[in-house]
Design a protein around this ligand. Structure first.
Ligand SMILES: Cc1cc2nc3c(=O)[nH]c(=O)nc-3n(C[C@H](O)[C@H](O)[C@H](O)COP(=O)(O)OP(=O)(O)OC[C@H]3O[C@@H](n4cnc5c(N)ncnc54)[C@H](O)[C@@H]3O)c2cc1C
Length: 358
C-alpha cells in the first residue's frame, strides 16, 4: 500500500503513478470542495508528456485551452518585441501541445482520473508526522502501514519539516492574481523593470492575469496600471500569493519520497513548478516499476530527478532577471530578443520542453 500526503497537482499525479503498483490512499488536510490556490496554470509540452505517462493527458487536454502564440512586450514600448508561435508549432517541435487551464479544471481532471483508477482520497486529514521502520512507514493519526509514503504537501511541507528538518525560504516576491472577463487566443507577457505580467486564456471567455512584483512595491493598483493598461483593464480584484522556494531539492529519505513543491519549490518565472511535479510522477512510476515499492526505488527516483529540477530552477531564476532588467539594460534585452526572433528564442526552451518520460 502507498500513502500520498496532499491532494494537490503533485499528490494526485503521484497517486496516478503509483496506482499501477497497488492500493493508494491520498490524505488531504482540506475539505473536498476547498478552492485551489491560484486561478490558472500553463501546462508546457514536457508536462503534457508526463501526463501521458500517467495516462491523464487526454483528460487534461479536454479541459484546457491551446494558446496560438506568446506575444512578448516591454512596458512603455509600442507594439510587440516578438511573437512566438505556439499552437501547432509547439506540437511539431516538442511532440506535445502547450496548454493553459484553470487550476480547478486541471485538478478536477486529475482527481477524476485517480478515482477512476481506484485511488482513495481522504479529506480533513492534517498529517504532521511519519514514523519510519525498516519495511514500512506509519502515518500520524491513520491506521495504515505503507511501503512508501510520498510527501506532496506543498512548499510548507510538514513531512519535510518532520523528516528533513529544513524550512522554505521567502523570495521577497508576490504574485498578484486576477481574473479578466475576456480572453484572446495568445498568451501575453509584459516585462518591466522589477516586475512582469502574464495574461492567458483559461476558457474562451476568461483570462488569468498574474503580476509578479516585489513585496515592498505598490502592487497592481500602482505599477500594473502604469505599465500594462489595456491588458488588465477588465480585472476587478487581485489576490496576493507570496512566493517561497526550497533551494535544497530533496526527493527521498528511506521509505519517504518528496514530490512537487515539497521537494523543489522554485520561482515561477518559467511556469515550471507543476510541470516538474508531473515529471516527478512519471519518473516515480518508472522507478517503482524497476525496483518495487522500496527505498531503492526512491533513491533511483532522486538520482534521476535532482539534476533536472536544479537546472530548471536555475533557468527559472535567470528568466526572472531577464524579465525584470532595469533601464538601460532592458533596451539591449529588447533589441537582442527582436534580433534573435522566435526561432532562436524557442531554442532557449528546448532543454525544458524536449523532455520525454522514461
Ligand atoms: C504565481 C505562480 C504561478 C505559477 N504558474 C505555474 C504555471 O503556469 N505552470 C506550472 O507548471 N507551475 C506554475 N507554478 C508552480 C505551481 O503552482 C506549483 O509548483 C504547484 O502548484 C505545486 O503543486 P503541489 O501539489 O506540489 O503543491 P500544492 O499545490 O501546494 O498542494 C499541496 C497539497 O497538500 C495539502 N497539504 C498541505 N499540508 C498538508 C498536511 N499537513 N496534511 C495533508 N495535506 C496537506 C494542501 O492542502 C494541498 O492540497 C506557479 C507558481 C506560482 C507561485
Amino acid at each position: 500500500m502507498f500513502v500520498v500526503v496532499g491532494a494537490g497537482i503533485a499528490g494526485l499525479a503521484a497517486s496516478l503513478a503509483l496506482a499501477e503498483f497497488g492500493e493508494v490512499h491520498v490524505l488531504e488536510r482540506r475539505a473536498p470542495d476547498a478552492a485551489n490556490a491560484g486561478a490558472g496554470i500553463q501546462i508546457s509540452p514536457n508536462a503534457v508528456k508526463a501526463l501521458a505517462r500517467i495516462s491523464a493527458a487526454a483528460a487534461v487536454t479536454a479541459v484546457a485551452h491551446t494558446p496560438d502564440a506568446l506575444v512578448v512586450r516591454a512596458a512603455g514600448r509600442r507594439g510587440a518585441i516578438t511573437t512566438l508561435p505556439y499552437g501547432s508549432a509547439m506540437l511539431t517541435r516538442y511532440g506535445a501541445p502547450y496548454l493553459t487551464a484553470s487550476r480547478a479544471a486541471l485538478h478536477g481532471a486529475l482527481l477524476a482520473a485517480a478515482l477512476k483508477r481506484g485511488v482513495k482520497v481522504h479529506y480533513d486529514r492534517n498529517v504532521r508526522q511519519v514514523r519510519r521502520y525498516d519495511d514500512h512507514c506509519a502515518v500520524d493519526g491513520v491506521d495504515m502501514e505503507a511501503r512508501l509514503v510520498i510527501a506532496a504537501d506543498g512548499v510548507n511541507s510538514a513531512i519535510r519539516h518532520a523528516v528533513v528538518g529544513d524550512a522554505p525560504r521567502s523570495t521577497g516576491w508576490i504574485a498578484w492574481r486576477g481574473l479578466g472577463d475576456t480572453s484572446g487566443a495568445a498568451t501575453e507577457l509584459v516585462m518591466a523593470p522589477g516586475h512582469h505580467l502574464v495574461r492567458y486564456a483559461l476558457t474562451d471567455a476568461d483570462a488569468n492575469c498574474v503580476l509578479v512584483a516585489p513585496e515592498k512595491s505598490r502592487g497592481p493598483g500602482g505599477i500594473a496600471r502604469t505599465h500594462t493598461g489595456p491588458l488588465i483593464a477588465d480585472v476587478g480584484r487581485w489576490a496576493p500569493w507570496p512566493i517561497a522556494v526550497r533551494p535544497r531539492h530533496v526527493f527521498a529519505a528511506g521509505r519517504v519520497g518528496f514530490i512537487g513543491d515539497a521537494a523543489h519549490a522554485m520561482v515561477p518565472f518559467m511556469a515550471q513548478g507543476a510541470a516538474m511535479a508531473l515529471e516527478d510522477a512519471a519518473v516515480l512510476a518508472h522507478a517503482v516499476a524497476a525496483h518495487g515499492p522500496t527505498p531503492d526505488a526512491l533513491t533511483a527516483y532522486a538520482d534521476a530527478r535532482a539534476p533536472r529540477t536544479r537546472r530548471i530552477a536555475a533557468m527559472s531564476a535567470e528568466q526572472g532577471q531577464i524579465y525584470h532588467m532595469p533601464f538601460p539594460l532592458n533596451l539591449a534585452r529588447d533589441q537582442t530578443m527582436k534580433t534573435l526572433g522566435p526561432r532562436m528564442l524557442h531554442r532557449r526552451t528546448d532543454p525544458v520542453y524536449r523532455w520525454t518520460a522514461p
